[in-house]
Design a protein around this ligand. Structure first.
Ligand code: ADP
Ligand code: GLC
Length: 498
C-alpha cells in the first residue's frame, strides 16, 4: 500500500510527547512490512531537539507549495529527508511564519492564538504534498486535532481528484482532551462551506471542533489502546464527544502502541551505564542504579527501593495524588527521582521537596533524553498513576527495562500492566502494580505494597523478567493497523458519516 502519515510532531525532528514517538515508529514499522510510506510534518527550526546528529541536512524538494487559508495565500518550502534507519520519506513543511517559534503549540503555557490557522495549513499541506510528489495514496493516516481536517477535505474537496481515487482516511486519537476547538469564525480558515458547520459534523456547542470533524469524516477511527477505545465512549472519559464516538463504535478500534526497540532496548542502549537482558538484569540494573544515584547526587544505597518518574507534569499524569502522599512517603526508606516539566505549581513543589529531603528526592526540571533512559534503567519502580492515559509509552519502556511500574488501571496502562495479585503471581503473568481508585491513600498503599515485595528478591526478579520478555514491538501493532487500513478501504465510497 501507499500510505501517507501526517502528524504535528515526529521524533527525532520534534517532540513534546508520545505522539512524536508514534509518528516515527509506526511509519517505520509499516515500511519494514513492505509498504511505501511517507510522513508529512512541520519543520520546527527552533525545536528543543536539535537537528539529529549524523542525519544529513534535509534538501529542498522542488518549488514551494502555495495554499489558500481564509483570504490569504501562504506558501512553504518542502524539505525532504528520511526517518533514520528507514526508507520512510519525510516531507518537512518549512513555513517559518507558522513554525519557527519557541514552542510547538505554545509560548510558555499559552497556546498560540493562530493555532487553528497553523494546523489547517498543515492539513492542507498534507494533501498538496501528496499531489505534488505524485503519490496516489491508499491511506492517509492523520493524528489528533492538528491534522484532523484532512478526512473532511478528502471527502468534500478531493472526491473527484485523480490523485485520491484510491484513498481512504484513518484518524487516530492520541489524546481526546485536546480537540482543536476554536471560535466559530475560524470556520472560514478551513475553506469549507458553512453548511458543514452543524451539530452533526464540525460544530460543537457553538465552536468549530476539528477533532470532531475527523471522527465524523474519516473512514476508520482508531485510538491507542483497546481500553481507551471503550472509555472514550463514556461520559467520564469522553470529553463531551462520547456520543459522537459511540455512534461510530463499529468503525472505532483500539490498537496499543508499540516500542521502538532500536531506541528503547536495555541490551543495546548506549545511553545507560551497563547493557543487560532479562537473564542479566540482576547484574545490569544494580550498575545502572548506582550510576543514577551518583548522577542525581543521592546516597549510593543498593538495598533501598528507587522510584522513578519521567513525565509531563500535569494533572493527567497523576501529579496531584503524588504530591498529596509525599509527606507520608518521606517517612519511608526509599528514594525518588523525577524528570519532567509542565505545570509550574507541580515543578516548584517537587523542587522544594527535593531541597528539604536531599537524601531521598532528586528532581530535574526540563526535557532530557539521556536522563530519561538513565531513569528507566536505574530505577526499581516506575510511577505512572495517571488520571487517564490513552496509551502511555513510559510504562512499556519500564517493563522492557525491568523497572516495575505502579499504574492506575486506565487506558493503555490497564492493557499493558498486570497487577501482582496472588493469582497473577502464581500463574506467572504479573509484571507490575495497578489500582483503580484515583486517590492518594490508594496510591500510597500500592507504593508500600511494591516496596514490600521488592525485599523478596526472587519474586521481584520474576516480576522484572515477565515484563522484559513480552513482545512490545511495533511489528505487532503495525499488523493491526494493516487490518484497519483494509477495512477503511472497504468504506471509502461510503458517504460522510454525519
Ligand atoms: P504523553 O504523550 O501523554 O506525554 P507518553 O508516555 O505516551 O505520554 O509519552 C511520553 C514520551 O515523552 C516518552 O517518550 C517519554 O520518555 C518522553 N518524555 C516526557 N517527558 C520527558 C522529559 N522531561 N525528558 C525526556 N523525555 C520525556
Ligand atoms: C498521547 C497520550 C499518551 C499516548 C501518546 C501516543 O500523548 O497522552 O497516552 O501514549 O499520545 O499515542
Amino acid at each position: 500500500m501507499q500510505i501517507i502519515f501526517s502528524s504535528s510532531e515526529a521524533a527525532p525532528f520534534s517532540k513534546t510527547g508520545g505522539l512524536a514517538d508514534v509518528a516515527s515508529s509506526l511509519p517505520k514499522a509499516l515500511s519494514q512490512a513492505g509498504h511505501q510510506v511517507a510522513l508529512v510534518t512541520p519543520f520546527f527550526p527552533q525545536e528543543r531537539i536539535k537537528w539529529p546528529e549524523g542525519l544529513p541536512a534535509p534538501e529542498v524538494a522542488g518549488p514551494p507549495i502555495s495554499i489558500g487559508i481564509g483570504t490569504k495565500t501562504v506558501s512553504a518550502r518542502v524539505l525532504q529527508t528520511t526517518i533514520p534507519n528507514s526508507k520512510v520519506i519525510v516531507y518537512l513543511v518549512d513555513q517559518p511564519g507558522y513554525f519557527d517559534r519557541a514552542g510547538i503549540y505554545q509560548d510558555g503555557d499559552r497556546d498560540y492564538k493562530d493555532n487553528c490557522e497553523r494546523f489547517v495549513f498543515l492539513s492542507r499541506a498534507t494533501i498538496e504534498i501528496a499531489r505534488r510528489f505524485g503519490w496516489q495514496p491508499d491511506i492517509i493516516h492523520t493524528n489528533d486535532w492538528q491534522t484532523a481536517l484532512v478526512p473532511a477535505l478528502l471527502k468534500i474537496e478531493c472526491a473527484n481528484d485523480p490523485a485520491f481515487q484510491k484513498t481512504a482516511s484513518v484518524f487516530t486519537i492520541h489524546n481526546l482532551a485536546f480537540q482543536g476547538q476554536f471560535w466559530h469564525w475560524d470556520m472560514h480558515l478551513t475553506g469549507l462551506d458553512w453548511k458543514y458547520f452543524n451539530w452533526r459534523q464540525m460544530e460543537f456547542f457553538g465552536n468549530l471542533n476539528l477533532l470532531k470533524s475527523a471522527v465524523v469524516f474519516s473512514d476508520m477511527v482508531t485510538t491507542v489502546s483497546p481500553t481507551y477505545a471503550r472509555e472514550i465512549q463514556t461520559p467520564e472519559f469522553g470529553c463531551g464527544l462520547n456520543g459522537v464516538l459511540s455512534s461510530r463504535r463499529d468503525d472505532l478500534v483500539g490498537i496499543l502502541n508499540g516500542v521502538d526497540t532500536e531506541v528503547w532496548n536495555p541490551a543495546i542502549d548506549g545511553l545507560i551505564a551497563a547493557q543487560y537482558k532479562a537473564a542479566t538484569v540482576g547484574e545490569g540494573k544494580p550498575a545502572c542504579k548506582t550510576a543514577l544515584q551518583k548522577r542525581m547526587k543521592l546516597p549510593v544505597r543498593p538495598e533501598v527501593p528507587l522510584l522513578g518518574m519521567v513525565s509531563r507534569m500535569t494533572g493527567q499524569k497523576g501529579c496531584d495524588i503524588i504530591s498529596e502522599c509525599m509527606p507520608e512517603l518521606m517517612n519511608l526508606d526509599l528514594q525518588m527521582v523525577f524528570l519532567g516539566s509542565g505545570d509550574p505549581g507541580y515543578e516548584q513543589s517537587l523542587q522544594k521537596l527535593a531541597r528539604e529531603n536531599s537524601q531521598k528526592v532528586a528532581v530535574q526540571i526540563g526535557y532530557n533524553e539521556r536522563l530519561s533512559h538513565e531513569i528507566e534503567a536505574g530505577s526499581d519502580i516506575f510511577l505512572m498513576p495517571s488520571q487517564y492515559e490513552p496509551c502511555g509509552l513510559n510504562q512499556m519502556y519500564s517493563l522492557l527495562y525491568g523497572t516495575v511500574p505502579i499504574v492506575r488501571a486506565v487506558g493503555g496502562l490497564a492493557d499493558s500492566v498486570v497487577d501482582a495479585s496472588e493469582e497473577n503471581l502464581a500463574n506467572g503473568t504479573a509484571n507490575g502494580f495497578s489500582f483503580y481508585d484515583y486517590r492518594s491513600d490508594v496510591l500510597l498503599r500500592q507504593i508500600c505494597r511494591a516496596t514490600g515485595i521488592f525485599q523478596d528478591k526472587a519474586t521481584w526478579r520474576k516480576l522484572m523478567q515477565t515484563g522484559m520478555q513480552r513482545d512490545w514491538s511495533w511489528r505487532r501493532s503495525a499488523r493491526e493497523y494493516e487490518q484497519v487500513y483494509q477495512r477503511a478501504q472497504g468504506k471509502r465510497h461510503a458517504p460522510a458519516y454525519g
